[in-house]
Design a protein around this ligand. Sequence first.
Ligand code: FES
Length: 107
Amino acid sequence: MTFIEPDGTRREVDAPLGLSIMEIAHKHDIDIEGACGGSLSCSTCHVIVDPAWFGKLPEPDEEEEDMLDLAFGLTRTSRLCCQLIMTEDLDGITVTLPEETHNFLLD
Ligand code: FES
């Protein structure tokens, strides 16, 4: 899969099936915070999904939607990547890191 950093740098990385996109980012030192460790109590794992891939993702549940509303720089294809689990269908997915994140946990 590919991460695009806020400055436009593309990072292609191995994406083992069954890991969340947040876990994959952490394995490769990609700068996604994920402050709550995937328990849907922050929005620091916000990513912008490439529109070509967005439709292949399972729908967000209500909790994710509520948290997403708090994400800084929300877009139509925003998701919380701790909720996105790698599957064969998502092989090759591209996500962009938003420019700024805002950690509501530390406020
Ligand atoms: S890591 Fe906190 S919601 Fe994803």
